[in-house]
Design a protein around this ligand. Structure first.
Ligand code: SF4
Ligand code: SF4
Length: 350
């Protein structure tokens, strides 16, 4: 696939072309704040391609916070439930490598064993234009191997002094660039992209081991005091799970009209850091304590799903610690567990 250079006018031209074929969603700065959100593009000049991170990840466009899965009319005869799949062609423009990794990870989870038709239909209608970023103090993508990606996008932009190097990832990406003004990159520009990645990998916020070691390091850490140490500040607000690009738990709610004429089944985001998440009908709660919920969340990301799918279910985007009121930090938690392991203080058990 080819590599080109595009300037700001070319970016505008590209966005306008894509808008003729699909809804285009891109990062926008929230007025008066250092916060960014993916929003539908109305004016290409309002897009911010150089941003730290969005508050909510782009998973919301593949898997909305609330969606109807089935509808049924109730009446005299047998009930016929109709599946509901609401989907439209969409371009996610300006997605960071960590978030591309996040979407790829959801693809694996949602197509494993039971293929989720709603999720798959949206992903099939989705095109991705990635963009490289500069990590802030909470990012730890270098530790998780997600500072760069070599797939999962149609086009990928790397900023180059007012212009962008464009890497084409798919045939759809080649088609996107047809008719758009671009030029050949120089050898110096290719070198600059490599230098930029090397600089990005030099992060202070990092875990003190190769991430491949994490499932092994978590084994036997269930009874560690590290969980209580970090969980004692937790408000159980659930912000960390709702802002995480790789958290994917949901609840299913049935709503029936009072006159019993119609029913609807909705799927809504849910999260294991919320107290009622593990509560069952009898009122029993399998993870009643905050440390149990914090432990479960981390075991799931760095051990259970890692072992099941062969990749960590954390991309190091830092949203959980950045958005957490008390900055409960997976990097600190993991490094505490590693230190405990080094000291031989690992406890085996439940
Ligand atoms: S965002 Fe922080 S306080 Fe809220 S549930 Fe997560 S760890 Fe706890
Ligand atoms: S656990 Fe935190 S750092 Fe990791 S992907 Fe989720 S929000 Fe990002």
């Amino acid at each position: 696939m080819s590599v080109r250079v595009i300037d700001q006018a070319g970016i505008r031209q590209l966005v306008e072309k894509l808008q003729q074929e699909a809804k285009v969603v891109a990062p926008h700065r929230r007025e008066g704040r250092d916060q960014w959100a993916f929003q539908e593009v109305t004016d290409p000049d309002l897009i911010t391609l150089e941003y730290t991170t969005t508050t909510l990840p782009p998973k919301q466009f593949a898997w909305p916070p609330r969606e109807t899965l089935i509808r049924a009319r109730l009446g005299e005869g047998p009930v016929q439930a109709e599946p509901v799949v609401e989907v439209e062609p969409l371009v996610l423009f300006g997605v960071h490598p960590c978030d591309i990794y996040g979407l790829q990870s959801l693809d694996i989870a949602y197509c494993h064993e039971h293929v989720d038709p709603n999720y798959v239909a949206r992903r099939q209608q989705m095109r991705i234009v990635g963009v490289d970023c500069v990590p802030d103090e909470w990012c730890f993508c270098a530790s998780m191997g997600t500072a760069s990606v070599d797939s999962g996008y149609d086009l990928f932009l790397t900023p180059l002094d007012g212009e962008y190097l464009v890497e084409v990832g798919t045939e759809a990406g080649e088609a996107m660039l047809e008719g758009i003004t671009t030029r050949e990159p120089t050898a110096a520009e290719i070198k600059e992209v490599k230098r930029r990645l090397a600089k990005k990998l030099d992060q202070d916020h990092k875990i003190h081991t190769d991430y491949h070691n994490l499932p092994l390091r978590f084994a036997g850490a269930a009874n560690s005091p590290v969980w209580e140490k970090h969980a004692e500040r937790c408000y159980s607000c659930g912000t960390c799970v709702l802002t995480c690009p790789l958290c994917m738990c949901f609840d299913v709610l049935d709503e029936i009209k009072l006159d019993l004429s119609e029913t609807r089944r909705d799927r809504v985001w849910d999260g294991c850091m919320l107290e009622p998440f593990a509560e069952v009908a009898s009122g029993e709660n399998f993870r009643e304590e905050r440390f149990q919920r914090l432990r479960h969340r981390h075991f799931r990301k760095y051990a259970y799903l890692f072992t099941k799918f062969g990749r960590p279910y954390c991309c190091g985007c830092g949203r959980c610690v950045r958005q957490c009121l008390v900055h409960i930090d997976p990097v600190e938690i993991i490094n505490d567990l590693l230190e405990e392991h080094e000291k031989g203080g690992v406890t085996h058990g439940a």
